[in-house]
Design a protein around this ligand. Structure first.
Ligand code: SF4
Ligand code: SF4
Length: 479
């Protein structure tokens, strides 16, 4: 596959392969919201004792995907706004009873239907997304293809090779389970195109799987992006959903379908320049942020991002625990004061996309990034860096100029819809223009306008139908 654009950011604080299991906490603060989910349908009462794996709440807008209790404990609903709190916790797990709840699925879809239902109920389905939209696919729907990726390239989210340590057999069994849900749809397995021990091992394990097509990609951000991968595989968005799942999701599939057990913990990265000992940690959703923050002993003020440095969102003081979709926490130093003679040091202690004069004197190095993102904002200087790195083949500076002048039609013609929100354009922009943020807002606006037009059209059609019915009724009375 031939990719365009992309760029690898060298950042201090890359988490090693070591996985530390954090101590069991006394209380869990489970957020009712994550990037895609809003668990608004409560299934438990205040003061009730639950077992690990019991359903606490569901997201009614996402196929009733459940929020599972990561541990046994007593539910508190009114202690922290936006969270379910579990107190007095212990490790007692629930017992999954098969076929019990949805007999119509057995009738309609047989064994495959039961497996899909199990994936949903045991928390494995949450790891799936539609490659094009990023939303949760219909667990009972039929995909046109499935993409399984072992690659995670954004600095820093938990990497596939770390997740797979000692678990290659579980992974390959997960692949087999996933394949058993499909009929003839292709499955693509995305691997790094390097000869590392890990890559060689995975290849050896899947040698007999003719149904899994191996796709090798260069290790350059954001070539692991599901949307970019689907486009390169020439899968058409209008031909139906493309399921996308990463290593951790496949391990959850194996756990659900081999052991009938819920996936209650996850491995996430804890890295970035603000962390003294960047590592991977094994935690459960709801783990107190305060306890995780205490591990990032840093000399100055820091900002914690839920996710990687390019697409992560700041963790505010209102977030008390880890949410169910977190793949990594990145900590960067808070920019508090202007650096002395900072303007005269480009490229010396700051990495730079442009080969500017001081960086030419140094070998490649990992940058100590802060929230200042290396400078103050300026107007676009038409340097074209954003276009060079954009993996979507669009012109970010042009979109920015159209948006600046509110030319929404031109923005659409310039194919803002192809933006995969990777954030590289914002990162390399020497003027520090927040291009990614602008594009996300513009896409939301365009989508909202389209939805409004759709609703208006439906309303007009309804009015026409009512008018027609009234006319017919009057005609009948007259006849
Ligand atoms: S325009 Fe979109 S896809 Fe292109 S670099 Fe920027 S954020 Fe990434
Ligand atoms: S990288 Fe920034 S300054 Fe350069 S062309 Fe793009 S928007 Fe303009």
């Amino acid at each position: 596959m031939k990719f365009r654009g992309g760029y690898n950011i060298l950042l201090e604080g890359k988490p090693g392969r070591l996985i530390e299991t954090l101590a069991e906490p006394e209380v869990l603060y489970i957020p009712l919201r994550s990037r895609r989910f809003e668990f608004g349908e409560l299934c438990v009462e205040d003061g009730r004792r639950v077992n690990g794996g019991d359903v606490l709440s569901r997201d009614p807008n996402n196929y009733a995907v459940p929020l599972l209790a990561p541990r046994a404990g007593i539910v508190r609903l009114n202690v922290a706004k936006g969270h379910i709190v579990l107190e007095d916790i212990s490790k007692t797990e629930f017992a999954y009873t098969e076929h019990g709840r949805l007999p119509h699925i057995v009738r309609q879809m047989g064994e495959a239907g039961i497996k899909r239902y199990k994936l949903l109920e045991l928390g494995a389905w949450q790891f799936f997304s539609d490659a094009y939209t990023g939303s949760l696919p219909d667990p009972l729907g039929t995909p046109q293809a499935v993409i399984v990726s072992t690659v995670s390239l954004e600095p820093f989210v938990a990497r596939g090779d770390v997740q797979l340590q000692e678990r290659l057999l579980d992974f390959t069994r997960g692949l087999e389970h996933l394949q058993s849900l499909l009929e003839y749809q292709p499955m693509y397995l995305v691997m790094p195109d390097i000869g590392s021990d890990f890559a060689i091992q995975v290849r050896r394990h899947i040698r007999g799987y003719a149904w899994a097509k191996l796709i090798e990609i260069p290790l350059k951000y954001p070539f692991d992006n599901s949307n970019i991968l689907a486009r390169h595989l020439r899968l058409k968005a209008e031909a139906g959903p493309v399921w996308f799942v990463r290593t951790e999701g496949l391990l959850a599939v194996d756990r659900a379908l081999t052991l009938s057990k819920p996936c209650l913990s996850r491995i996430i990265s804890l890295g970035g320049p603000g962390v003294q000992m960047p590592i991977h940690i094994k935690v459960m959703p709801g783990y107190p942020m305060e306890a995780i923050g205490a591990k990032c002993v840093s000399s100055g003020p820091v900002r914690m991002l839920n996710g990687g440095v390019l697409t992560g969102v700041p963790v505010g003081p209102e977030t008390l625990g880890l949410d169910v979709e977190c793949r990594g926490l990145t900590v960067v130093g808070e920019h508090t004061e202007r650096q002395f003679l900072g303007f005269a040091r480009p490229g010396w202690d700051r990495s730079c996309y442009a080969a500017c004069y001081l960086s030419a004197l140094r070998k490649k190095f990992r940058e100590r990034l802060t929230t200042a993102m290396r400078g103050e904002r300026r107007p676009c200087v038409s340097c074209n860096f954003c276009e060079e790195v954009c993996p979507a083949g669009i012109m970010p500076y042009l979109l920015h100029k159209y948006l600046y002048r509110d030319l929404i039609d031109e923005v659409q013609e310039a194919r803002i819809d192809l933006c995969v929100e990777c954030g590289l354009c914002s990162y390399v922009c020497p003027s520090k223009i927040e291009l990614r943020k602008q594009f996300i807002e513009a896409k939301d606006l365009i989508e909202a306008e389209k939805e409004q037009m759709r609703q208006e059209q439906l309303r007009q059609e309804q009015l026409q139908r009512e008018e027609e019915a009234r006319r017919k009724a009057t005609q009948e009375v007259q006849d």
